[in-house]
Design a protein around this ligand. Structure first.
Ligand SMILES: NC(=O)c1ccc[n+]([C@@H]2O[C@H](COP(=O)([O-])OP(=O)(O)OC[C@H]3O[C@@H](n4cnc5c(N)ncnc54)[C@H](OP(=O)(O)O)[C@@H]3O)[C@@H](O)[C@H]2O)c1
Length: 325
């Protein structure tokens, strides 16, 4: 997640750059051929009258009186989002497993003119997802924005992990938001400027060693988000993707495994309030995809143009960490 330590182990830059430029040229040629096909596909889509809202930039979404459901609201990014959305006058439904934390947050946010509904539940349980959506519809009469922020991580090499870990991480980070979205689509269809907001991670665009299961789950969420964006245009539902870098939350403390060798200092990450502020801005401005954090922007940008270089840096770092094992 943190980029700086990799910089300490750069391979000879000229050799790395030569290879990277060569690979990038090859990939650019492939991409060029691909883009001709893409242009044809897009023109077909356009001819068929489909409107892709992801490219819309002029829209603004006022959160006052909007009905928001936020998962993972008991802590970190989800909690900060709930606090800020409530200050903007949104009608909030918050969910997570920790009933005490949710109720305390609902109590803290309660003020004249605010509405905060705490619905404790496990996102991996279909019964809980159904109850959550039914409660929101019952209390608010509908839903305008679904924010999938609940998540869990695992840190350590895949070879030493277990099937239980990879299945659990996929349950929380992928199947749960996927199935909650499916339940919410009919409700969102009747919402006001409806949107689905998926909080993935920079690991959803660049897999990182020792974040293998986490990266896989976030790649799956990114794929779902991208594919849904076209489908949801039928219902006028916008689908937004958030890709944060390292953030100062409890994610590190709540990991399913914490056995990686590289030191990851969550305390040095972005404050969750800053991340939440940017997510709110993305919802208001209807930004299709938002990368948050300097490290995340740097690594994703370099990876886009020089994936071979990033691979070599990562391989070299893992080699160093395991040199004496
Ligand atoms: N922190 C980072 O560096 C970072 C970076 C990129 C992306 N993200 C993503 O940001 C999102 C928020 O994470 P965070 O950093 O704010 O971590 P966090 O402080 O640990 O918060 C995670 C939230 O998810 C909830 N949750 C976990 N498992 C759940 C389950 N089975 N059912 C219901 N709720 C569940 C937790 O609540 P309960 O325990 O009460 O259920 C908690 O509210 C996650 O999707 C994470 O992958 C975080």
């Amino acid at each position: 997640m943190q980029v700086a330590p990799f910089g300490a182990s750069l391979p000879p830059i000229s050799e790395a750059m030569d290879n990277a430029v060569h690979e990038s040229w090859e990939s650019a040629q492939k991409n060029w051929r691909g883009s001709v096909g893409l242009v044809k596909l897009l023109s077909l889509v356009n001819e068929s009258g489909t409107h892709l809202h992801g490219t819309r930039t002029t829209m603004s979404r006022d959160l006052q009186h909007r009905r928001l459901l936020i998962t993972g609201a008991s802590s970190g990014i989800g909690r900060a989002l709930a606090e800020q959305a409530s200050r903007l006058g949104a009608r909030l439904a918050i969910t997570a497993r920790s009933q005490d934390k949710l109720e305390a947050l609902a109590h803290d946010l309660s003020a004249p003119g605010t509405e905060v509904l705490a619905i404790p539940g496990d996102v991996t349980s279909d019964a809980d997802r159904q109850r959550t959506v039914e409660t929101v519809v019952d209390q608010f009469g509908g839903l305008d924005v679904l924010v999938n922020a609940a998540g869990v991580a695992s840190f350590g090499h895949f070879a030493d992990s277990t099937e239980a870990v990879v299945r659990q991480i996929m349950e929380v980070n992928f199947f749960a938001p996927a199935e909650l979205i499916r339940r919410c689509i009919p409700v969102l269809t009747n919402g006001v400027q409806p949107a689905i907001v998926n909080v993935a991670s920079m690991c959803g665009r660049r897999g990182l060693p020792a974040w293998t299961e986490y990266s896989a789950s976030k790649f799956a969420l990114c794929g779902l988000t991208e594919a849904l964006r076209g489908e949801m245009a039928r219902f006028d539902i916008d689908v937004l993707l958030i890709l944060p870098g390292l953030t100062r939350t409890d994610l590190g403390r709540n990991m399913l495994r914490n056995e990686g060798r590289m030191k990851i200092d969550f305390a040095a990450g972005m404050p969750p309030e800053d991340v939440a502020r940017s997510i709110i801005a993305s919802i208001q401005k209807n930004r299709t995809e938002t990368v948050l954090g300097r490290d995340a922007r740097w690594i994703l940008r370099v990876n886009k143009f020089f994936p071979g270089l990033v691979n070599r840096l990562l391989v070299r770092k893992v080699g160093q960490l395991y040199a004496h094992s």
